[in-house]
Design a protein around this ligand. Sequence first.
Ligand SMILES: CC(=O)N[C@H]1[C@@H](OP(=O)(O)OP(=O)(O)OC[C@H]2O[C@@H](n3ccc(=O)[nH]c3=O)[C@H](O)[C@@H]2O)O[C@H](CO)[C@@H](O)[C@@H]1O
Ligand SMILES: C=C(OP(=O)(O)O)C(=O)O
Length: 434
Amino acid sequence: MNAFEIRGGKPLKGEITPQGAKNEALQILSAVLLTEEKITISNIPDIKDVNKLIELLGDLGVEVNRLSKDTYEFKAANINLEFFQSQTFKAKGGSLRGSIMIVGPLLARFGKAAIPKPGGDKIGRRRLDTHFLGFEKLGAKFNYNAETGFFNVDATQLKGTFILLDEASVTGTANIVMAAVLAKGTTTIYNAACEPYLQQLCKMLNRMGAKISGIGSNLLTIEGVDSLGGTEHRLLPDMIEIGSFIGLAAMTESEITIKDVCYNELGMIPDVFKRLGIKLELRGDDIYIPAQKSYEIDTFIDGSILTVADAPWPGFTPDLLSIVLVVATQAKGSVLIHQKMFESRLFFVDKLIDMGAQIILCDPHRATIIGLDKKYQLKGIEMTSPDIRAGVSLLIAALSASGRSIIHNIEQIERGYQDIDTRLKALGADIRRL
Ligand SMILES: CC(=O)N[C@H]1[C@@H](OP(=O)(O)OP(=O)(O)OC[C@H]2O[C@@H](n3ccc(=O)[nH]c3=O)[C@H](O)[C@@H]2O)O[C@H](CO)[C@@H](O)[C@@H]1O
Ligand SMILES: C=C(OP(=O)(O)O)C(=O)O
């Protein structure tokens, strides 16, 4: 297992460009299975989870052509459905969360699909009911084979229908949309997730010939078509990286410009950081963060302590709550972090407490942070990254802390952040891979 050694306490300076969005990439890559024609995708991040899915597509028989560092061409003309039975598929398909989204397209195009129980972060229960209840509504038969650990679905012909999702699941909505585009008749999906990455997926599917309306809302209407064609697609910048860099700048008193952020797609992310007292300016389509000695957490209008909670889009994404939490440890004032969606994502606060942060973990979902207002610097320690976002939060804490920190299990961070050590070094960070 690799580790990072960080010597913290140095302000950083410069420009950083966000990578293409990890979670959009996983949806868009799955969609290439819907057509036998060529699909070109650009701004693909070179990160573990995305590369694993690309490899899996290749194993399934998709022709994969890398045109440049971040641009690939895919052609899913000859899919090997036998591959589902293999041990390789079990190992690779189960190693990331995003692989679940190959089920919808395969079911739609070939009438059957299987997937081992998918991986991803260990951040609490991560059920898949929404996905399979949706497929069943479209007429598929579903079974989970406890012995093999595989979810299987099959259908001779999917039929459009009204589906009220049991929750606004992001990957669940993407999966059901990709199944419904080739179903017979009209599908209406209510309580659909509507975050920008899903909007991107729906727009791409429409360019391929699908008929989806209601994009951006929680009510999607999909008129099924017989087949889909090729297209070109560019991924948005990764909004979680953008939020992480805003947090990094504030914590380390750094002057940083985050380039080409597609500000209009960031929803309430900039405002949440502003409520922590962080100054940021929109310059063109860049976010400029000046070096700040201090930042003060807002209160609610009635003077009560601010709560930052996650919610399905357009609410605040759960993937940035760990970053907000770490940034609050050095703010002036207090904030309650309420992680409603995942029940095991806040346990990493132990490490921050060891570093000197003042945090009360109220229960698995809530933590109160009493900001130190930079009066006491965090101190470097040795720690292990439990999940991707906690990992980056610990990295930010280590960069702001005095002395030396070691972060183990950085594979978690590298699931989602491309060349993070090299890019931070370019800003002046003292970070070394062990
Ligand atoms: C590969 C990928 O894209 N992963 C993202 C995707 O995961 P993923 O699609 O797996 O997450 P879901 O949207 O299905 O659900 C996330 C969690 O929130 C809960 N939930 C969801 C909706 C709802 O209305 N109420 C509710 O409580 C679910 O039970 C689950 O515990 O979306 C999550 C929520 O933005 C992100 O954290 C993940 O990074
Ligand atoms: C939880 C995340 O990823 P995944 O769903 O792939 O585990 C994340 O990106 O923060």
